[in-house]
Write a new protein. Structure first.
Length: 187
């Protein structure tokens, strides 16, 4: 199925989506990669407030390149999501509802997505310049010392994503290859 949705997604919207759906997503997302996740976790460990509201939020695993004059942002392709696996279940349990990146996730992340009725989308790797065209505003909100890994607030419009892990355990990285192999055997 194909959907055009705006963040934050309601529980009803999240629950009807299935692995393999194409979603054109608009709204606010926050960026965080490895170093940002480590700092977010440190803040939580210290009982401090996070730099953005986690409840119902969306996080995109990206470290954009510097923007050129007249651009909002540089190339903004996804980074490998597995590096955030040690941090992700905790953030999901605290209210994060949408994560965007590329690549497989571990069992703990998959279980946390189901438990929290949250979603994991894949952005097209290697298409950072095209993805940047879907970003209509970008603001660094903290940790400028991290360079490309600084936390940013992005406004996105019609960002094309594929749902990989859904709220009921659907996993496109498992079902997709299986469906392809089955079709090859039949045809």
């Amino acid at each position: 199925m194909e959907y055009h949705l705006t963040l934050p997604l309601t529980e009803e919207e999240r629950s009807r989506l299935r692995a393999g759906d194409l979603v054109y997503l608009s709204g606010t997302v926050y960026t965080a990669r490895d170093a940002g996740h480590a700092r977010l976790t440190a803040l939580l460990d210290e009982g401090k407030e996070l730099p953005f509201p986690l409840r119902d939020a969306a996080v995109y695993y990206v470290g954009p390149t510097p923007e050129k004059p007249g651009e909002i942002i540089g190339s903004a392709g996804p980074t490998t999501s597995g590096r955030m696996d040690p941090y992700t279940p905790r953030l999901l349990d605290l209210g994060l509802k949408v994560i965007i990146g590329k690549g497989k996730r571990n069992r703990a992340v998959q279980e946390a997505l189901i438990r929290n009725k949250a979603l994991y989308f894949a952005a097209l790797g290697g298409a950072g310049a095209l993805i940047a065209d879907c970003i209509t505003a970008a603001e660094t909100i903290c940790w400028e010392d991290l360079g490309c890994e600084a936390l940013r607030k992005l406004t996105i419009k019609e960002l094309p994503l594929t749902l990989v892990l859904d709220t009921v355990g659907g996993n496109l990285y498992e079902s997709g290859p299986a469906a392809y192999l089955a079709s090859e055997q039949q045809g």
